[in-house]
Design a protein around this ligand. Structure first.
Ligand SMILES: [Zn+2]
Length: 262
């Protein structure tokens, strides 16, 4: 299937300032004029080539490579949107970590569907952030989670809009999970509890420590989950004791005298 190219970066071939081309000609012209250049982002898997806006009659404007280099986002190739998506989370995420004095190491996580995620390691606190933007089956999530925990001490998943199912799974298993959404130029973090309630806070209200991401509501959600788990354990032990008692009681009951053989 052919996809029109509508994505670019404005800060050079290796840049990360991603933009999507507006639907109307006037806005697209304005964007191109203000940007001072549009490039096919290498960080999104593109070729780094220069792009120009192409206007057509009755169709939304698109971007075209100026050269003839082979590119993943050339004519008739896959959509650039999912591949560029992580770039829209990066600046705010890195600014947030930098503001806390961290020096994060960041790499992209490829996805079979082309919806690239992010893996961010902060060595100072021995913690990693996993920005999951593509949907991820539960088994794959558990596998990756186990692997990451063996490598880095503490892993915090930040689930994007398409990874909502994984966010629900993690919340039911651990009592809390964190969602990540873009909002204006910043990011919002959704603290989801085991009952499926989500409380949204600005990323600026959160901190990364050796315990992972501290966000308002996380501790409460964990405490509720720990209490319920403990209650369930007590209830299970009680039920097991009752079953054992009933069993031993049954053993002590006198047996009816067997009828003597005739
Ligand atoms: Zn390209």
């Amino acid at each position: 299937m052919s996809h029109e190219l509508r994505w670019a970066v404005t800060d050079g071939p290796d840049g990360t300032a991603a933009v999507v081309l507006p639907d109307d000609d006037a806005s697209a012209r304005r964007l191109a004029a203000q940007a001072g250049g549009l490039w096919c982002a290498r960080e999104a898997g593109g070729c780094g080539g220069e792009l120009v806006v192409v206007h057509g009659r009755g169709v939304p404007p698109t971007l075209r490579h100026t050269g003839h280099t082979a590119c993943a986002f050339g004519r008739g190739s896959r959509s650039a949107g999912p591949a560029y998506d992580h770039l829209r989370y990066r600046p705010a995420l890195l600014a947030w970590l930098g503001g806390q004095g961290h020096r994060p190491r960041l790499c992209t996580v490829p996805d079979p569907g082309g919806h690239t995620g992010l893996h961010v390691v902060v060595d100072e606190v021995g913690a990693a952030l996993e920005v999951q933007l593509a949907p991820l089956p539960d088994t794959a999530w558990r596998q990756r989670d186990d692997g990451l925990r063996r490598q880095v001490g503490r892993v915090t998943w930040l689930h994007g809009p398409d990874a909502d199912v994984t966010a629900a799974t993690e919340a039911s298993v651990r009592g809390v999970s964190l969602a990540l959404r873009r909002h204006d130029r910043g990011l919002l973090v959704g603290v989801r509890d085991a009952d499926g309630r989500t409380r949204w806070v600005r990323l600026a209200a959160c901190r990364l420590t050796a315990d992972g991401v501290e966000a308002p509501g996380v501790e409460e959600a964990r405490a509720v989950h720990a209490r319920r788990t403990a209650e369930r354990r007590v209830a299970a032990r009680r039920a097991a004791r009752r079953a054992t008692a009933a069993g031993s009681l049954a053993g002590q009951l006198p047996l009816w005298p067997l009828p003597s053989p005739l």
